[in-house]
Structure formats: C-alpha cells, structure tokens
Design a protein around this ligand. Structure first.
Ligand code: SF4
Ligand code: SF4
Length: 260
C-alpha cells in the first residue's frame, strides 16, 4: 500500500497532546515555561524472549530492568510535554513559534515512532485532503521514503534508547516507583517545574551511577482492573488500585475500571 501526504497547516496536531520528548528536549521545554509529565508503564518479563524476536528487542532497548516483589519487569518511562487545548508554542496563524527547534516528534508527525505500529490516516489528526494522491509519497508498504523523515525517526529512537539510564536515575531521584501495566495505561507523574529541571539535570549527570543496581528499587504495579491485580498478586508482584497513588501521580487507564 502507498500513502501520499502533505501537511495542510491545519494545526490540529498541536492541541490536547502529550508529546514524547528526549531528555535534552525536556530541559528546553521546561526552560520555555512548559509542563512535562513522566508516563510509566511496565512489561512483566518472566522469561527472556528469543534473541531473534525484533518486537521484544525493541521493548528491551527502551526499558530498564526492575522488580515488583519477585516479578521481573521492564519499565518504560516516557517524558511528555503535556497541554490541554493549543500547544503553548502554537501561534495565532497556526505556525509553530519554535519551528527551528521544535521537538523531534513534531518534526516527523504523522509518521509513527514505533516500528511495530502501522500508520493509519484515520488515527491521525490530519484532514482527508492531507492524504490526497496528488501529494508526494510518504510511505510504501510500511516503509517511509523521505530520507529526512527516516533520519528524524532514527534520531528519536536513538535518543529514546540513549536516555534509558538517565530515566532510571530520574525515577530514583523523584522517588517514583509506581507503574501501570503496558497496554492497560500509564502512571503519570507530575512535578513542579524547577524540581523537575533539577532532577533531570542530575539524572543526566549521574545516569551511569545506577548501572548494575537496576533492581534495587521495588516497583508497585497499578491497575484499575481487579483481575489484573489478582494475576499480579498471584506471581508475588505488588499490585494496587489507582486510589493508592499519591497526589502527584495519577492513573491514565485505557480501559474502564473493572471489578470482574
Ligand atoms: S512545538 Fe510546535 S509543532 Fe510541536 S505541538 Fe507545539 S506548536 Fe505544534
Ligand atoms: S494535523 Fe496533519 S495536516 Fe494538520 S498541521 Fe498537523 S501534520 Fe499538518
């Protein structure tokens, strides 16, 4: 299948977002007065997957090892710029006010970062006219064709992997040890801007110090589904309902709460 695309400058993709950022981008975003959140999700990692499993290798590279009780986890932390309504950098003429230094994700939209997620126009904010066959080719059979777009996606993925150690340290510094289950939701961590800037700066400086001590921090897995909590408890993980989270953390579930 071939997808054509050209941005219509409608500005729809610059509203009501959580924009994933690399840690160096986070510092710029905070200095500009923006807000960020940490989104934590965890994958139970009971057995090492096959060495030739590319999806598992992708998850492994962008996560760190942790334990919840006796259950091994891989924790993925995504730092996002969060805003309701228009992005603070969106100008009245719908241009980006920081165009030359906008985040990597803004540069590649509507392409997907995750190589295992198919680009579906229906899932994007872009209007139908942006996908007209009159426009240049964006993707052929799941492969993006524009070299600068491919380079932008690679740059984001490289930064994502390169930030893992610092994110692990960031969680330790902010005393964050609660996570949602991957595919069920996120635990979103909020912090005051100055405190977040200090913690990120320290985490980048000290990322190496935590290497080899990956499992020292015990994690709690949060779920709004009783069945998931019971399944976790049955393998000696620490599982709680969202109500147990402290004030600065909230559960963003993909599914309705369930007592079944
Ligand atoms: S930084 Fe610029 S491109 Fe990115 S969401 Fe904000 S206005 Fe849009
Ligand atoms: S939603 Fe799509 S078409 Fe509209 S500004 Fe964003 S990238 Fe361009």
């Amino acid at each position: 299948m071939t997808l054509h695309f050209s941005c219509t400058m409608c500005g729809r993709c610059c509203r009501d977002l959580r924009v994933p950022l690399g840690l160096s981008e986070v510092l710029d975003w905070l200095r500009d007065g923006g807000e960020v959140q940490l989104l934590c999700e965890a994958i139970p990692w009971l057995v090492e997957p096959a060495a030739d499993d590319p999806a598992a290798a992708y998850k492994f590279r962008r996560s760190f090892a942790a334990m919840s009780g006796t259950l091994p986890l891989r924790v993925v932390v995504t730092v996002v710029a969060a805003f309701e309504g228009p992005c603070p950098h969106l100008q009245p003429d719908l241009a980006c006010g920081i165009y030359e230094r906008r985040p990597r994700v803004c540069r590649i939209y509507p392409a997907e970062i995750n190589p295992f997620i198919e680009l579906r126009p229906a899932g994007k904010a872009c209007p139908p006219d942006a996908w007209s066959d009159r426009h240049p080719v964006l993707e052929v059979s799941g492969r993006y064709v524009e070299p600068s777009l491919v380079a932008g996606i690679d740059a984001f993925r490289d930064a994502d992997v390169g930030d893992v150690g610092a994110k692990r340290m960031l969680c330790a510094l902010l005393r964050v040890s609660s996570t949602a289950l991957a595919n069920e939701g996120f635990v979103a961590v909020l912090a005051e801007r100055e405190a977040m800037m200090r913690a990120i700066g320290a985490a980048i400086d000290r990322a190496e110090a935590i290497e080899g001590n990956a499992c020292a921090q015990s994690w709690t897995v949060v779920s709004n589904r009783r069945r998931s909590r019971e399944a976790l408890a049955s393998v000696d993980a620490r599982a709680v309902a969202p109500e147990a989270l402290p004030d600065q953390q909230k559960y963003l579930g993909f599914h309705a709460s369930s007592d079944d």
